[in-house]
Design a protein around this ligand. Structure first.
Ligand code: CP
Ligand code: NVA
Length: 306
């Protein structure tokens, strides 16, 4: 039975922990000759319906470093652009490749393609989830603090794919998360409902609110994301004022622990959700996060595609 990664909830605690351990090993032993045989003789299709810098590069480099063959399809350069369905595309892909990495406009598209495809499908970001990002971020938190349990994570800003995946990761592993979003940009109820029983079972504590200071106070990690997702830039002028109180600046960060770290999935819109001072300041670990995408995705592929 193939294992997809559409959301972190798909994996469960044991597999998430195995992926995080293997990611550390991949990082420590980067370039080890044995890695080249993990995807030896295997091909992976990558499909991007939205722009990407980190995901596209880290998957291409990661597949190469595991000895595999990466084939990139852009949505515009494939028959998806002419209306071939995601399901038909999934049926075709399984006849050629050993895994699919898919960045989709709509989460439903990743689900449709995965349901039709007999080889594992990895969600490389949809409008609702970004599991590879958050698995890399959990690796980064563990690397920084030496543990995940007891680390208090606060998220401020846009209640979208990044915070949804953070909620899933925290729920699966039994961690602590406080979420502050504008009332107009809260996480989806449908995702909250999926996460709640998993959090209950693992002992995770997830609080939702609208007050950024209350949620950041005493945090070990302060995480933010762009206020306007890819494809939503047209909302900027009308909605910027709703987000202003959620900007991660020195004043907001001062409410976190003095030892707190600052995280951002990137790309950042400097001067909107995060100031230059915070992004470039000593508490920022945003580029460690970007690097760890490579290591964690190699671990994901080593676990799911072989
Ligand atoms: N964080 C992230 O997924 O970046 P890209 O959009 O550049 O891939
Ligand atoms: N929430 C952002 C994440 C980018 C990696 C977006 O969807 O554009």
């Amino acid at each position: 039975m193939k294992q997809d990664l559409l959301t972190i909830l798909d994996l469960g605690k044991d597999l998430v922990e195995e992926i995080l351990d293997l990611a550390v090993d991949m990082k420590t032993h980067r370039g080890a000759p044995a890695h080249r045989s993990i995807l030896g003789g295997k091909s992976v299709a990558t499909i991007y319906e939205k722009p990407s810098t980190r995901t596209k590069l880290s998957f291409a480099v990661g597949i190469y470093e595991l000895g595999g063959n990466a084939i990139e399809l852009t949505a515009s350069g494939s028959q998806l652009s002419r209306g071939e369905t995601y399901a038909d595309t999934g049926h075709v892909l399984e006849r050629y490749v050993h895994g699919v990495v898919f960045r989709a406009l709509k989460h439903e598209a990743v689900c449709e393609l995965a349901a039709a495809c007999g080889v594992p499908v990895i969600n490389a970001l949809s409008d609702q989830h970004h599991p590879c990002q958050i698995l890399g971020d959990l690796m980064t938190v563990q690397e920084r603090f030496g543990r995940l349990h007891g680390v208090e994570i606060a998220f401020v800003g846009n209640g979208s794919n990044i915070v949804h995946s953070l909620m899933c990761g925290v729920a699966v592993l039994g961690l602590k998360l406080r979420v502050a979003t504008p009332p107009s940009a809260t996480p989806l109820d449908s995702v909250k409902e999926l996460v709640a029983p998993v959090a209950q079972a693992s002992g995770a504590v997830i609080e939702y609110g609208v007050d950024p200071i209350a949620m950041v106070t005493g945090a070990d990690v302060v995480y933010t994301d762009v206020w306007f997702d890819m494809g939503k830039d047209h909302e900027r002028d009308a909605r910027l004022h709703e987000y202003r109180p959620y900007q991660l600046d020195d004043a907001l960060l001062a409410h976190a622990k003095p030892t707190a770290v600052v995280m951002h999935c990137l790309p950042a819109m400097r001067g909107e959700e995060i100031t230059n001072e915070v992004m470039d300041g000593p508490q920022s670990i945003v580029f460690d996060q970007a690097e760890n995408r490579l290591h964690v995705q190699k671990a994901i592929m080593a676990k799911l595609l072989v």
